[in-house]
Design a protein around this ligand. Structure first.
Ligand SMILES: C[S@@+](CC[C@H](N)C(=O)[O-])C[C@H]1O[C@@H](n2cnc3c(N)ncnc32)[C@H](O)[C@@H]1O
Length: 331
């Protein structure tokens, strides 16, 4: 029971009083109104000329969305993000511009809503060739490092130091599913090795390359965390791959820049091997781009067959992140 001020009204006036208290913002919604013979007592926020003290039962209210915790007018609630990314015990979202001055209240509501959440950050976006994110703390602590569980592996990630996106988990599961134990894979832009670790756990031999030294440190840490062998090499994919024997699969998850490394992939893939190519492109250009890729590999002396095309996620209303699998043979 909660001891709190309440307004007692005869039953015939109960509905009108309930509305008036709600309109005035006086009603306490976390407590149940009290039934008395011929009267109802509404719990209210503060003592007033019309209140007495009562014992109320707390309402067992199930909050289904964090916005229910925001005491905002409908026009502000309509702007509140419906979805956000969860990474381990962190939440990352983009606060819309009109709600910027209320970002900490928004963050706190999400933190209160999600059991197990430790901190909420605003995402200022991906930057630079390392594809790291600038995060601004909104609620909770300010540590951006966390542990993510994905497809059965644990990954240490810090998106402010090295790229990671939980939105690519399905694509990693798909590639891992298609690989066979004993194969050799070169991940040209391996990041913190989320795919590499998943492949290695399946018995695939993995070389993961990244230009960002922090990504390589986390990739090695993630291999150790999951007790899998994985060779994480620091450097530019072009220079590092030149010293490697060709592999059964080459992964090219650098969606804005993989097109500049087709010659590297052509040289690094065995006959009968597969290139997992990623590109962000206008949806309307997918077919043309697919033909261009096959032609580009032909110019590099490899016969390419597209065996799968996957829309990984929407990038904008007219652009998508696509993954194309290309089987490479010698001509
Ligand atoms: C989009 S992220 C993908 C990371 C990882 N494959 C994943 O899915 O999490 C691209 C990665 O490529 C790395 N990178 C950018 N240019 C590179 C280059 N020339 N050689 C090697 N790595 C590079 C970046 O540091 C970044 O970690």
């Amino acid at each position: 029971m909660v001891h709190a001020p309440g307004v007692r009204v005869p039953l015939p006036e109960a509905e009108a009083t309930r509305r008036a208290l709600l309109d005035a913002g006086r009603m306490r919604l976390d407590l149940k109104p009290l039934r008395e013979p011929g009267a109802l007592v509404f719990p209210v926020e503060a003592v007033g000329a019309d209140t007495d003290d009562f014992d109320f039962e707390p309402r067992a209210r199930r909050v289904r969305h964090y916005t229910e915790l925001l005491d905002w007018p409908p026009e502000m609630l309509a702007q509140a993000p419906r979805a956000f990314d969860q990474m381990g015990d962190l939440v990352v979202l983009k606060v819309p511009e009109p709600l910027w001055d209320h970002r900490h209240v928004l963050g706190q509501a999400i933190l209160d809503f999600l059991p197990g959440a430790r901190a909420v950050f605003h995402d200022h976006g991906v930057q630079g060739e390392f594809r790291t994110r600038k995060l601004e703390p909104l609620a909770g602590d300010e540590d951006p490092e966390t542990t993510v569980t994905e497809n059965g592996v644990r990954l240490r990630v810090d998106v402010t130091r090295a790229y990671f996106s939980p939105r690519l988990g399905d694509e990693r599961a798909r590639v891992t599913e298609s690989a066979r134990p004993g194969e050799r894979v070169i991940d040209l832009f391996g990041g913190v090795a989320p795919l590499g670790v998943q492949l290695a756990r399946k018995g695939v031999e993995v070389v993961s390359i990244d230009l960002n030294p922090a990504a390589v440190v986390l990739a090695r840490l993630n291999a150790a965390l999951n007790r899998v062998p994985l060779e994480a090499l620091h450097g530019d994919a072009r220079a590092v791959a030149a010293g490697l024997a060709p592999a059964d699969r080459v992964v090219m998850n650098l969606p804005h820049g993989a097109k500049h490394f087709l010659d590297v992939a052509a040289a690094a893939t065995k006959p009968g091997g597969t290139v997992h190519y990623h590109e962000i492109l206008p949806d309307a250009e997918l077919e043309r781009r697919t033909r261009e890729l096959v032609d580009a590999f032909a110019d590099l002396g490899r016969r390419a067959t597209v065996t799968n095309v996957r829309h990984v996620r929407a990038y904008s209303p007219v652009e998508g992140h696509y993954a194309l699998d290309l089987l490479l043979e010698d001509p």
